[in-house]
Design a binder for this molecule. Structure first.
Ligand code: GUN
Ligand code: FE
Length: 456
């Protein structure tokens, strides 16, 4: 009878559709030895009492305390792990200057494995403590340090998808920070892919190699072509920055006379396993190409407020059936929390819809139908991320991984404003999304293993 590895009893929230949150009140969640949800059982289901009788009081039975709730672990589709070392700095200058003056010097330090070890340990732990269970990472150009990041994810139990960054263009990258030449960039990428596939075999949650041309300006045509071929040969994920800013978008137009999306597609880099960060300047033809190829957009709302010179029309892209997830873009975005990014996604979308130039008449100010709700932002941070990666994560349903965060709303040090005994659970959910802090995240589990717990 006691066939499950873990059984949890509690109230949980999971996306039913992009707009609708499902409340799973007092459910039993039965997790198997592989860390997958085998079944979810509602109190009215016939088996409920039998299961309760079988598991109650056992060591592997977890009854959530009053005021605690389960949310799926968050999926962050865009993190520059090395940039954790400079988070929060220099955000007042344009992207191009920020990269050259601040970011490339920091990233170049990751040739030193001791430095890499310190920063990577911290960023993986910090993201877990913020409820983020799966992360799509950019590392640096350095093969060894990139492998180290994947090893740290493996050790700490995070589902890490990691890319060794490719920057082989001799004119567009500084001499102190680039691949030596195109051939080395491709050879290092191939060795990196093989090493991560080998490492993955010893993990329960999985780690994955990601083909990672930084963005078009940093790569030669030969590298982009070679990377497309490697992605097909090894069936890997692909990530890059796409149509992010006026400057970058303009550069690509000049080089190819097309937008990033079509240029990347010509090199075989738009695949079902591709995730493109930012995409502020994609037009309808680009969006259709994304939908056709299964390429996902990673929305980085905090970073976009600083570097993009625009607000992405997220509701419009969703309506066009483009897969979309959420990204912190550490450190273009200063916050490691997808709660902060979900909040900003809602705020930015409202500013796009309502417009901000009060010198214009109200009806001329904004872009109609742009706003998203906090429910939709939650979807982007969970199920939308899972769909973007084609992995069974981000929902609390049978056949999904047990990747969760347990939120305590009653902590003395970080109490959420819930005063009524029977408060509407959708209101509780929204309070969590808007007000939860890392202190409220008491436990984080990935693939059925506890990977973070907070004592104080
Ligand atoms: N474009 C190329 N590299 C980067 C980066 O590190 N951050 C952001 N936001 N955009 C980029
Ligand atoms: Fe980025």
């Amino acid at each position: 009878m006691t066939k499950y590895t873990q059984v949890f009893l509690g109230t949980a929230f999971s996306s039913k559709t992009p707009k609708e949150v499902q409340i799973l009140r007092d459910y039993l969640f039965c997790v198997n030895a592989d860390g997958m949800i085998e079944q979810t059982v509602a109190p009215e289901d016939a088996e409920y009492q039998t299961l309760l009788d079988a598991y109650q009081g056992k060591e592997n039975f977890h009854r959530l305390a009053e005021g605690q709730y389960i949310l799926p672990g968050f999926v962050d589709l865009h993190v520059h792990a090395p940039q954790w070392a400079q988070s929060g700095t220099a955000l007042d200058i344009p992207l191009h200057d920020w990269l050259n003056t601040y970011t490339f010097p920091v990233e170049s330090k990751f040739s030193d494995l001791n430095f890499a070890q310190d920063v990577y340990q911290d960023v993986v732990s910090t993201l877990l403590a913020n409820g983020t269970t799966t992360v799509l990472y950019f590392a640096t150009v350095h093969k060894e340090a990139s492998i180290l990041l994947a090893k740290i994810c493996a050790e700490k139990g995070q589902r890490g998808l990691v890319g060794k960054v490719v920057m082989d263009h001799q004119d567009n990258n500084p001499e102190y920070y680039r691949d030596q030449d195109t051939e080395t960039a491709l050879a290092d990428t191939e060795e990196f892919i093989i090493a991560i596939k080998e490492l993955a075999k010893s993990t329960k949650q999985g780690v994955y190699p990601v083909v990672t041309p930084r963005f078009i300006p940093s790569c030669t045509d030969e590298a982009l072509q070679g990377l497309g071929e490697l992605a097909t040969k090894y069936d890997t994920y692909v990530q890059s920055h796409c149509s992010e800013s006026d400057w970058e978008h303009g550069y690509v137009q000049e080089r190819y006379n097309k937008n990033d999306a079509f240029a990347l597609n010509d090199f075989g880099l738009l695949r079902d396993k591709s995730v493109m960060a930012h995409c502020n300047f994609i037009n309808d033809a680009d969006a259709d190409l994304f939908a056709e190829t299964g390429t996902a957009v990673c929305h980085c709302p905090i970073s976009n407020a600083y570097f993009a010179n625009s607000v992405i029309p997220i509701a419009h892209l969703h309506a066009k059936n483009v897969e979309i997830g959420l990204g912190s873009d550490i450190s273009g975005g200063f916050s490691p929390s997808l709660y902060d990014n979900a909040r900003q996604a809602v705020i930015s979308s409202r500013m796009l819809e309502d417009g901000v130039n009060t010198n214009l008449p109200a009806e001329e100010r904004g872009v109609p139908n742009s706003r998203i709700t906090i429910n939709e932002a939650f979807y982007l941070a969970t199920a939308g991320g899972g769909e973007s990666l084609s992995l069974p994560i981000g929902r609390l349903e049978a056949s999904y991984a047990w990747d969760i965060q347990i939120i305590d709303t009653k902590l003395a040090s970080a109490k959420l404003p819930i005063y009524q005994a029977n408060e509407d659970l959708l209101d509780v959910f929204q309070k969590i999304m808007y007000l939860a802090r890392p202190e409220n995240i008491r436990e984080v589990w990935v693939q059925g293993e506890k990977v973070h717990s907070r004592m104080s």
